[in-house]
Design a protein around this ligand. Structure first.
Ligand code: SF4
Length: 479
């Protein structure tokens, strides 16, 4: 595809993963709490949404393709009554986006459960064939149903005990919430790759991928669920158990750079503040003489503010974003195609014409968007375009729940920064160093994953991991 030919629904950045939510609060309208919790997590996945509630020991699940606001209405929410709820928003990292792969996953083998998962198992194929050998049927092709099947078919009397035995067998990233007949159980993989936060709602408790889901329902953020920890929210309040210890932690550094919402607190840092700091350090590391700083909206905004503040170069809105374009699946057709990315961004000639621009974005994956932005700004009269990226070059795929294309598709693959600049046709290009990232989030490499920048995967055998559609190549018995 040539630049400008891209369908406007496609995105050039890394794809968000999934978001999970769980609450135990018999005196509240739990489905409504889940709805608003998911509404706040919508940025983590826009393909499907679902909520499961439990009343008198019976679980009800509603899940559909679409945004949270499209899937649920008053009538549907009112039908979901109960003491507890779990919910999910999905971007398909494993399995296609078909309805069967929407979550929460429901199973009722030995135990009746509904499960919602953010992450990706790297031993999914092996676990799947093991379950198949035991005669377990599957309805979906997502690795989340593998976790659900391992728990639901487990002989332990209590699901909590099943979790304690199953978690050590799972390899990869999993921040998971499980509804049982009387509780919500949440657990996180031993490396803590994906986030999971614990909140308090009056005397009750809730969990969510990000703390921004607590703010919207009036809950208070308590702490992150620890890597390898299981928390149980139920009639006895909050119970916790460390089900597996890991010699190291590996929280995804990209959550700080790009995924999490700016108002979320990650590892004690307000994400917006960390991203601003990344922009300040980017100026310190890679200054440039320019007239105006502009952001690639919205994700480049905080780093652009930091760059502007540190440099003293004023910031202005040179690119206007159509916020609804990600949901436009009507293809533009031949006539409109030549306008390419203008469907998504539109430059303001009054701001950029005749100016030396510093354009700040948070990441470049394939480079198509950046290339088109540079061209668009030049067409609008920019005198110079200096790209500044508040993350290091992405050169390796993620196997832990984020869709980032293959290495070959990445513009930084096999290229020096100078060669990338040439490829993108900008006057200069600079990336934030990895040290700069860690300085901004006040943390160390030893406790984080940065494999998409460095290729140092924190789990052995990661690179043999099954691809996104690996499970779809296996014979599935559809129940
Ligand atoms: S590879 Fe990148 S996106 Fe994936 S978990 Fe590691 S840091 Fe995060």
């Amino acid at each position: 595809m040539n630049p400008g030919d891209e369908p406007i629904s496609s995105r050039d950045g890394p794809r968000d993963e999934c978001g999970v939510f769980g609450v135990y609060a018999p005196e509240s309208e739990v489905a409504r709490l889940a709805y608003f919790g998911l509404f706040a997590l919508q940025h983590r996945g826009q393909e499907s949404a679902g909520i499961a509630t439990c009343e008198d020991g019976r679980i009800m699940t509603l899940r559909e393709l679409g945004l949270v606001s499209q899937v649920f209405n008053e009538e549907k929410l009112s039908a979901l009554e109960g003491d507890a709820a779990v919910g999910h928003v999905r971007y398909s990292t494993t399995g296609s986006s078909a309805w069967e792969n929407a979550q929460p996953v429901y199973r009722s083998d030995e135990h009746e459960i509904a499960l919602a998962h953010n992450g990706n198992l790297i031993n999914a194929v092996q676990l799947h064939s093991e379950l198949r050998d035991r005669g377990v049927d599957f309805r979906s092709t997502s690795d989340s149903e593998i976790i659900a099947a391992l728990l639901s078919t487990h002989p332990a009397k209590r699901v909590e005990d099943a979790v304690a035995e199953v978690v050590p067998r799972l390899e990869g990233a999993f921040s998971t919430v499980v509804m049982t007949s009387d509780a919500v159980i949440a657990f996180r993989d031993p490396l803590g790759l994906r986030p999971l936060a614990l909140g308090k709602l009056g005397d009750r408790f809730c969990v969510a991928s990000e703390s921004c889901a607590f703010d919207i329902i009036g809950a208070e953020f308590m702490r992150d669920v620890s890597p390898g920890e299981m928390v149980v929210l139920g009639e006895r309040g909050l119970e916790t158990r460390q089900v597996v210890e890991s010699p190291r932690k590996a929280f995804c550094v990209f959550e700080h750079i790009y995924f999490a919402r700016p108002d979320t607190i990650l590892e004690g840092n307000r994400t917006q503040v960390s991203r601003r700091k990344m922009g300040e350090i980017l100026w310190r590391e890679s200054p440039v003489e320019a007239d105006v700083v502009i952001a690639v909206p919205d994700s480049g905004n905080p780093a652009a503010t930091g760059y502007s503040k540190a440099s003293g170069i004023s910031k202005d809105d040179g690119l206007i974003k159509n916020r609804y374009v990600a949901r436009t699946f009507i293809q533009p057709g031949q006539e409109l195609r030549k306008h390419g990315l203008r469907m998504k961004f539109n430059p303001l000639p009054e701001v950029v014409s005749g100016k030396r621009l510093v354009v700040v974005d948070d990441s470049i994956v394939r480079g198509n968007t950046t290339r088109q932005i540079v061209k668009m700004l030049r067409d609008a009269g920019a005198a110079e375009v200096h790209m500044r990226i508040s993350a290091p070059p992405i050169r390796h795929p993620c196997h832990y729940g984020v869709d980032m294309s293959t290495s070959q598709e990445m513009v930084a693959h096999g290229r020096t920064v100078e060669e990338i600049a040439e490829e993108l046709d900008c006057d200069s290009l600079a990336y934030l160093s990895l040290d700069g990232v860690y300085e901004a989030i006040r943390a160390e490499r030893a406790t984080h994953c940065d494999a998409c920048f460095t290729g140092d995967y924190p789990l052995a055998r990661t690179e043999d991991a099954n691809g996104k559609f690996a499970l779809e190549e296996l014979p599935l018995i559809r129940a």
